[in-house]
Design a binder for this molecule. Structure first.
Ligand SMILES: NC(=O)c1ccc[n+]([C@@H]2O[C@H](COP(=O)([O-])OP(=O)(O)OC[C@H]3O[C@@H](n4cnc5c(N)ncnc54)[C@H](OP(=O)(O)O)[C@@H]3O)[C@@H](O)[C@H]2O)c1
Length: 330
């Protein structure tokens, strides 16, 4: 990799790939070099819209381009495994959209392959790389809300019209699309281990989860109550409540403002997050730095944590009877 410029190949010319392309175009230390699509025409259209120099009509063509330093995989979850596996076999470092894989079994296989080949792989759970994580952790460490006792967070979008959200063969369901942010919100704010999980879920007719509530009991006595739905438009706030006040995060999957309240609901301080392009730049730059340092994983979301999250989500799906065709029989 050039010391000053990391060249990214984007796989899958869909919705989130567009946001990634916009972000990379605006960065000065990274650039979108190529787009890979199953359709050459679609690749050319995407490349034209974002000024991307190379357009490939197959994913494999992009994976064999020797000038690509990082592959960003933006296909539905169901297709992450196959593309990531092929990329790692080509020796290509990968940043894979959330949810990382369909399940923990696929995750173990990919992380093992990364170890065997010595190739970098990370999860594009963008909220874990944002400066807001450090800001929240500092406020907690400073005792600004006393001792943390409770975390509540919600995330709902009306996205049931998307095929990939409702189809089991595309690993649909609210959990892998939205719930994953809530679980990561808890894990990014506190290191206290999860000792108990309980949940309730309502499913789509297709069998995947539509709406769910999840409670996590943490070892230090903190209780997290999480709620998400792929079939309604909600207020996506998170609240960290302590013995002397609380921190409100305006949107758990795209935080822009923290508000600190004292006991009695008295607003003490408002802290906006730093200016940003889209917020995706933090995950991209974290990859660039890790690859330049010869690392195989990201400090903000290490491989063990990626696996722990997939195992947690497997357990929830098992409890709800939500299965994907690629799940092992258990
Ligand atoms: N970080 C975030 O904020 C965020 C937000 C939304 C989604 N995501 C994640 O990004 C990934 C993609 O989501 P998206 O909303 O961008 O999806 P999307 O708009 O449906 O695009 C997915 C792309 O994947 C490719 N693809 C390959 N096999 C496919 C198949 N069988 N069916 C449909 N598409 C297929 C297609 O690209 P080609 O036709 O060009 O091959 C398609 O355009 C998911 O893992 C999702 O969780 C992340």
């Amino acid at each position: 990799m050039d010391k000053t410029l990391c060249r990214v190949g984007i796989i899958g010319a869909g919705h989130i790939a567009e946001k990634a392309a916009r972000t990379l175009t605006a960065m000065d230390d990274m650039t979108p070099l190529a787009i890979g699509s199953r359709s050459e025409e679609k690749a050319r259209g995407f490349a034209g819209r974002f000024g991307i120099p190379r357009a490939y009509g197959s994913y494999d063509a992009l994976l064999t381009d020797p000038d690509i330093d990082l592959v960003y995989i933006a296909t539905p979850h169901s297709h992450h495994f196959d593309v990531t596996r092929r990329a790692l076999l080509q020796g290509k470092p990968c940043l894979v959209e959330k949810a990382f894989m369909a399940n923990a079994a696929q995750t173990r296989e990919i992380l093992d392959l990364s170890a065997q080949r010595g190739v970098f792989v990370g999860e594009a759970i963008w909220t874990r790389y944002m400066p807001v994580v450090g800001m929240i952790r500092n406020l907690l460490a400073q005792g600004r809300i006393g001792t943390l006792r409770s975390i509540t967070a919600a995330l709902s979008y009306s996205i049931a019209w998307k095929e990939r959200v409702i189809r089991p063969e595309l690993c649909g369901g609210a959990l892998l699309d939205l719930g994953v942010y809530l679980l990561n919100f808890v894990r990014s704010c506190t290191d206290s281990p999860i000792v108990k999980v309980s949940s309730e879920c309502i499913r789509f007719d297709t069998g995947v989860d539509k709406s769910e509530v999840i409670t996590l009991t943490l070892a230090d006595g903190t209780l997290a109550a999480l709620s998400c739905s792929a079939d309604c438009a909600g207020v996506n706030t998170g609240v960290l409540a302590g013995t002397e006040g609380c921190i409100e995060v305006d949107n758990v999957n795209n935080p822009s403002l923290l508000r600190i309240f004292r006991i009695g609901g008295i607003l003490e301080e408002e802290i906006p997050v730093p200016e940003r392009i889209t917020g995706f730049e933090y995950e991209f730059r974290a990859c660039r730095d890790a690859i330049a340092a010869g690392a195989r994983e990201l400090a903000q979301m290490p491989h063990a944590e990626i696996l722990a999250m997939m195992e947690l989500m497997d357990g929830l799906r098992r409890a709800w009877g939500v299965r994907f065709p690629m799940d092992e029989t258990d």
